[in-house]
Design a protein around this ligand. Structure first.
Ligand code: C5P
Length: 402
């Protein structure tokens, strides 16, 4: 299955010191599965070379209205035709003024004026330029014209001053663009997600856990938010920032995760169990640190934990239940066996040794209609494809209900 739709954008780079950050923006957009065509202003070329962007995007970079590489000299029209958006990052104060007034005296400004697609602008300038009433007026005018403005942020500036006007970091711009594009497939749907490992104490300082970074679960939470869902995330101990917009509860043990799931169960339309739940916990963990002695062998008695996913799927009117199965071999067969045994609607199978902690993943979706393999891709991309598949299952399920 391909990505929901590979979006294509023009990235306009104008002449601000932050032009060097546009290289990182290019990389991040590509990493999010977005196709990038870079167009630079003459001033931007004085700060960063087109070769940098050409190497990163794999496409020639355009600046000139009369570039002979555009066959009919209609670059100002051709380059944005069929594109899903034009993103100007960084957008200098001067370029913003041009946009606000409909000026078109170079390729990028002409592309913006002749566009049929949305325009997204990430301003970058000195704080006094940003605060100037002329810039404020121009920004207001752009907002009234339906242009989306991303940022700026506050912080250290290239001029040595501190204040508002820094361009947002690439790591903030790319997800904002993804959100902008995401079809609202789960608008208003309540999605409950578990993510990360659980940790079972042995004593006050030691414990047993599963290897899990939480990256897949957090990516799914973000993709569900982007699709318009109301997301509750119950997370084991991970070092990731809570996704903006999700109601996040942090837990440690499986028992705590189970309690948090139970509290939210009746309010969930969809349940996605991504957490690598510890199947066993230590019976009676010690209240004090166990002292090391040279001769003693130490035995731990392990007792089984509740299966949260199976519990959820066995509820009288269960939400649409999605499980994850990380297996080290015979992945699909084991995962399908789990899907039937736990009576879940969809099981996502992946190879444990390749998925854990990695930034990308390759999964197979198993449901009662069969198998769908998603090709290896960054976890954010896999998450969006998974959410699209879940939305389809959820749609046909709600249609069947009276
Ligand atoms: O551990 P197992 O491979 O059976 O995990 C498959 C699925 O079941 C995963 O989605 C996991 O989050 C869930 N699970 C659970 N509670 C457990 C064990 C697993 O919710 N105690």
């Amino acid at each position: 299955m391909a990505d929901i739709a590979r979006k294509q954008i023009v990235l306009g780079v104008t002449g601000g010191i932050a032009a060097y950050k546009a290289a990182e923006v290019t990389r991040e957009l590509l990493r999010h599965g977005i196709d990038v065509q870079v167009v630079m202003t003459e001033a931007a070329r004085g700060l960063v070379t087109p070769a940098t962007f050409q190497a990163l995007s794999g496409k020639p970079v355009f600046t000139d209205m009369w570039d002979p590489r555009v066959p009919d000299n209609m670059g100002h029209i051709e380059l944005s035709r069929g594109k899903d958006a034009i993103i100007v990052a960084p957008a200098s104060a001067d370029f913003i003024a041009k946009l606000a007034n409909g000026l078109a005296d170079d390729l990028l400004s002409t592309l913006c004026l002749a566009r049929e697609c949305p325009l997204i602008v990430a301003p970058a300038m000195n704080r006094q330029m940003w605060d100037n009433p002329a810039t404020r007026r121009n920004i207001e005018r752009l907002l009234r014209d339906g242009v989306a403005i991303l940022g700026p942020a506050s912080g250290d500036q290239a001029c040595g001053e501190f204040g508002m006007g820094r361009m947002l970091e690439a790591q903030a711009i790319a997800p904002a663009i993804t959100t902008f594009f995401a079809p609202k497939l789960l608008r208003g749907v309540r999605v409950l997600i578990t993510a990360g490992p659980t940790f079972e104490p042995i004593d006050t300082v030691r414990g047993i856990t599963n290897r899990s970074s939480g990256k897949m679960g957090y990516a799914i939470a973000r993709a569900a938010l982007d699709a318009g869902a109301k997301v509750t995330l119950i997370s084991g101990p991970v070092s990731l920032a809570a996704p903006a917009g999700a109601e996040t509860t942090r837990v440690e043990t499986t028992a705590q995760m189970f309690e948090a799931v139970k509290r939210n169960a009746s309010r969930a339309d969809i349940y996605i169990g991504v957490a690598a739940v510890a199947d066993y916990r230590v019976d009676n963990p010690r209240r004090h640190k166990i002292k090391k002695t040279d001769r003693n062998q130490l035995s731990l008695r392990l007792v089984p934990n509740p299966d949260i996913l199976a519990w959820m799927a066995a509820r009288p009117r269960p939400p649409l239940c999605v499980g994850f199965a990380a297996e080290s071999r015979n992945v699909d067969a084991h995962a399908d066996e789990k899907r039937r045994r736990k009576k879940v609607h969809l099981m996502v199978a992946n190879l444990a040794q390749e998925a854990i902690g990695a930034d990308d993943n390759e999964v197979t979706l198993l449901d009662n209609r069969g198998k769908h393999r998603l090709e290896r891709a960054p976890k954010d991309v896999v998450a969006r494809q998974l959410i699209a598949h879940i939305a389809k299952l959820y749609g046909s399920r709600t249609k069947r209900k009276p």
